[in-house]
Design a protein around this ligand. Structure first.
Ligand code: C2E
Ligand code: CA
Ligand code: CA
Ligand code: CA
Length: 278
């Protein structure tokens, strides 16, 4: 028989059929979710390690799924990125977060908002225009907006990243390198990117109490940040000892369950009000 190269795929395989159908369902669900705005933005405090006051928040998306409940980004972001929904979802998150943050900035004029950017957003030709529009519509001061980009995305095409980040910087926003330290091979290229902040990946932070080596690695990563003139924020701080060690290492800011988990906007408003009352 002539091999047309499709012999295997043509044979009916129930498992693969079910998988493909599930995948189509997931895609449809996600498109519907975006059209119907089933997403919610949660906010996790970023604190200054000296006074443990909330100096800002990171916006983190959640999916309020009609039957499956509240879903974390790990359950849907990869698919959203793959099927091209991330630019739209990302800008929606930015819009929501900026609207909320304007209110928080009324009580605290230096309150910072961090929002994540995905790889496909970085590749979108109208990213800077879209962000500019959101800044104008919400009235959030650009210097209080920090756009977070993972190190691996930023270092994939260094020249292109430098160009796009440069165009964002002209808006007056700041840039943070997320999951910092996980892409060590390209570290020497860091100086080529217009970055202001680095978020020390939680793998380093969480290894600190484990061993002397863990602590020295975290210290080295902090040192590298300083070498490049970048302000470090430690991620994933889960206990008081780690917070204390980071304070000794003169890391100014941190984020983690030890301080607060990501929460809905209304809860964050309560937390900020309680802090003002102190
Ligand atoms: P990320 O940007 O590194 O965000 C920090 C993640 O660590 C969040 O997970 C947060 O809930 C979690 N986290 C915070 N403190 C602790 C801690 O003390 N211990 C532990 N174990 N985890 C902690 P989340 O909300 O599930 O988000 C996961 C990832 O999804 C984010 O990682 C980010 O890469 C992505 N993501 C979330 N929202 C957005 C978004 O709006 N746009 C884009 N492009 N990506 C997003
Ligand atoms: Ca982030
Ligand atoms: Ca991170
Ligand atoms: Ca991460």
């Amino acid at each position: 028989a002539k091999d047309d190269g499709k012999g295997v795929a043509r044979r009916f395989d129930p498992a693969r059929f079910a998988e493909a159908e599930q995948r189509r369902n997931d895609e449809d669900d996600l498109r519907t979710a975006l059209a119907e705005k089933q997403f919610e933005v949660f906010y996790q405090p970023i604190v200054d390690l000296d006074g443990e006051h909330t100096v800002g928040v990171e916006a983190l998306v959640r999916w309020r799924h009609p039957s499956r409940g509240l879903l974390p980004p790990a359950a849907f972001l990869d698919l959203a990125e793959e099927i091209g929904l991330m630019p739209e979802l990302g800008i929606w998150v930015l819009e929501q977060a900026c609207e909320q943050a304007v209110g928080w900035q009324r009580d605290n004029p230096s309150f910072e908002l961090n929002v994540n950017l995905s790889a496909s957003q970085l590749g979108s030709p109208h990213l800077a225009d879209d962000i500019q529009t959101v800044l104008e519509q919400t009235g959030i001061p650009p210097y209080l907006l920090v756009l977070e980009l993972t190190e691996s995305v930023a270092l994939t095409d260094l020249a292109e990243s430098a160009r796009v980040l440069g165009s964002l910087k002209t808006l007056g926003v700041r840039i943070a390198l997320d999951d910092f330290g996980t892409g060590f091979s390209s570290l020497s290229h860091l100086g080529a990117l217009p970055v202001d902040v680095v978020k020390i990946d939680r793998s380093f932070v969480q290894a600190m109490p484990d061993s002397a080596t863990g602590a020295s690695v975290a210290e080295a990563v902090l040192q590298i940040a300083r070498t490049f003139g970048l302000a470090p924020v430690a991620e994933g701080v889960e206990d008081a000892d780690t917070a204390a060690r980071l304070r000794e290492l003169e890391c100014a800011q941190a984020q983690g369950y030890h301080f607060a988990k990501p929460m809905p906007a209304a809860e964050l408003s309560d937390l900020l009000a309680a802090q003002v009352a102190l």
